[in-house]
Design a protein around this ligand. Structure first.
Ligand SMILES: C[S@@+](CC[C@H](N)C(=O)[O-])C[C@H]1O[C@@H](n2cnc3c(N)ncnc32)[C@H](O)[C@@H]1O
Length: 256
């Protein structure tokens, strides 16, 4: 059976895998849910340390692949289903859920956790346990939101990174959000977009920056402003977490 190429790319991102491996090794115990198991790799790491692992994958083709990878583990069961629709019969000591994407907009991390969190024991953990989202003012040429490939030139950056949100996955997360952010401009030139970067906390002590397959920076075009160093812009940013990139609305204004 051939591994879907998306999962092959996930498994080639060693920085992402190393961070998850360390967190799973540290936190695995008792009953574990592995939501969005993909190739099944996290379940295979967790199973030797757990009493039972409930793996869930909604994509049929991917789940068949996971089934094959996990068949030798007697304490793992795999359900092919949307994790939001499952009724679990026993509560979890650990929920592993890697549906993380930049600002949590385009994947279902937030709706899934909002649906499943009630099955987590009070003493339980979630991997990842949260994210930080940061924004910078930039000069962009793209006309719709795209994920950055490679580096952005220093010439295109117009500000420092400003952390505008910190999300704790153990708390209920509002899905439809709006942020009003003031950003000091540190380089004269055109501002025509923002760049969002998301940093993932696997555990409170393990942070994973943007990697090719874990939250590549998101480049979002805006209206255009000619800005001078030491002026400020006001950014109004709205989106729905889990709603997709089409839900993004952004505008920038010069602060007089
Ligand atoms: C980023 S991949 C992670 C795969 C694997 N855990 C890993 O890290 O290598 C996310 C996986 O979650 C699955 N997925 C997305 N939404 C889901 C949902 N609502 N319920 C169950 N699985 C879902 C996708 O099909 C995909 O296989």
């Amino acid at each position: 059976m051939k591994i879907p190429s998306y999962h092959q790319n996930l498994l080639s991102d060693t920085q992402r895998l190393t961070a998850f491996y360390e967190a799973i090794k540290e936190k695995s115990r008792g009953i574990i849910y592995d939501l969005g198991t993909g190739s099944g790799i996290f379940s295979s790491w967790a199973a030797p340390l757990a009493s039972f692992v409930y793996a869930v994958e909604k994509d049929y083709r991917t789940a068949k692949f996971a089934q094959k990878n996990l068949k030798s583990f007697k304490n793992v069961s795999l359900q092919i289903n949307d994790a939001k629709n499952i009724t679990f019969n026993e509560k979890a000591d650990l929920i592993i859920c890697e549906m993380v994407d930049t600002a949590l907009i385009d994947e279902e991390q937030v709706p899934v956790l909002n649906a499943v969190r009630k099955y987590l024991k009070n003493s339980g953990d979630i991997i990842p346990c949260g994210v930080f989202n940061g924004v910078e003012a930039v000069h962009l040429k793209n006309s719709h939101p795209i994920y950055q490939e490679g580096n952005i030139s220093q010439n295109e950056l117009r500000s420092k990174l400003f952390i505008y949100d910190k999300i704790d996955f153990k708390e209920y997360i509002k899905e439809k959000v709006e942020y009003n952010i003031n950003i000091p401009i540190n380089k004269t030139g055109i501002v025509s977009g923002i760049r969002i970067s998301t940093f993932t906390l696997l555990t409170p002590k393990i942070i994973c920056g943007t990697t090719p397959m874990l939250n590549p920076p998101l480049l979002i075009p805006t209206n255009q402003l000619n800005m001078k160093k030491d002026e400020n812009i006001f950014v109004n940013l709205k989106y729905t977490m889990g709603g997709g990139l089409d839900t993004i609305r952004v505008s920038v204004e010069r602060i007089p």
